[in-house]
Design a protein around this ligand. Structure first.
Ligand SMILES: Nc1ncnc2c1ncn2[C@@H]1O[C@H](COP(=O)(O)OP(=O)(O)OP(=O)(O)O)[C@@H](O)[C@H]1O
Length: 275
């Protein structure tokens, strides 16, 4: 996913914007095309999708089916060729209506972990005197309080992605968009981050839209899983998850027959939608 936005825009800003319920998403007849003439490509659409606030929506599908395109449209990095995208009842505004986490954490390597969070708080216009407390809360929330003073190049890839999540959370937007944020991590780190993200999302009231190729990841994280067809991406299947969000450990959940069944359903749907 590429954009020329500034860090302030990527990090998001305080307040949801729009006149609807904060965090809700509405896609109406959305199609996205790139190029023109013989080189025109329809990447996505038409797509109609309503996401109520608080949902953890996972977009899953084969490579090139348009997942990142949909996320860019919801972020407001692009406008649709046809149709309308609304977030919190209004036009999506980069840096205002959502926070975004990318596959590669976009951090300032020469700054400390705490310094990166401070910058995000500054972009979010958090008053200076409130920043130390907010920084401590955020680092605690993503399990990084012990590395606050280390520079980014001195911490692991998994820890860097935790910093990226904390930065996106700093703005307290009602919508968090995550584009394959754990894809570059080893399996164990990836599972730990999935568990932490799941825990952080529970009862937050925040809406999450998470893009992945992985049926495992989709089944573990989503309260709802939308499977896309191959390009142009359209909704092949919309699967609500009734896996418990609380009262069960991550290990119990991953070992449960219900999780195995959902993972299998999503895996089969992705395969069928890609053919
Ligand atoms: N700016 C662009 N110009 C031209 N084509 C584009 C552009 N952005 C995306 N596409 C094309 O649109 C299609 C969807 O791309 P997109 O990156 O959204 O898919 P994806 O599902 O996120 O893929 P992956 O899982 O591999 O990241 C692809 O065929 C891609 O080549």
């Amino acid at each position: 996913m590429s954009s020329n936005r500034t860090d302030a825009e990527i990090d998001g800003d305080a307040g949801a914007g729009g006149d609807g319920v904060p965090g809700g998403i509405e896609l109406s007849g959305v199609t996205q095309r790139y190029g023109s003439g013989a080189s025109e490509v329809t990447a996505v659409g038409p797509v109609d999708l309503t996401v109520p606030p608080g949902e953890f929506l996972v977009l899953v599908g084969a490579s090139g089916c348009g997942k990142s395109t949909l996320l860019r449209l919801i972020a407001g990095f692009e406008e649709p060729t046809v149709g309308e995208v609304r977030v919190s009842g209004g036009q999506p505004k980069p840096g205002v209506t959502s926070g975004v986490v990318f596959q590669q954490p976009r951090l300032f390597p020469w700054k400390t972990v705490g310094g990166n969070i401070d910058l995000a708080l500054k972009y979010a216009r958090v008053p200076k005197q409130q920043r130390p407390k907010r920084r401590a809360e955020l680092l605690d929330r993503v399990g990084l309080d012990d590395v606050e003073r280390r520079r980014i190049w001195e911490i692991s890839g998994g820890q860097q992605q935790r910093v990226a999540i904390a930065r996106a959370l700093a703005a307290e937007t009602s919508l968090l968009l995550l584009d394959e944020p754990f894809a570059a991590l080893d399996a164990l780190t990836r599972e730990r981050l999935q568990e932490d993200l799941r825990a952080v999302s529970i009862d937050s009231g925040r809406t999450n839209v998470f893009v992945t190729h992985s049926a495992d990841e989709a089944a573990f994280l989503g309260t709802r899983i939308v499977v896309l067809t191959k390009r142009p991406g359209q909704i092949a299947l919309d699967i609500p998850s009734d896996l418990p969000r609380t009262g069960v450990s991550a290990e119990e959940l991953r070992g449960s027959p219900e999780y195995a069944a959902l993972r299998a359903e999503v895996g089969a749907a992705v395969k069928a939608a890609a053919s």
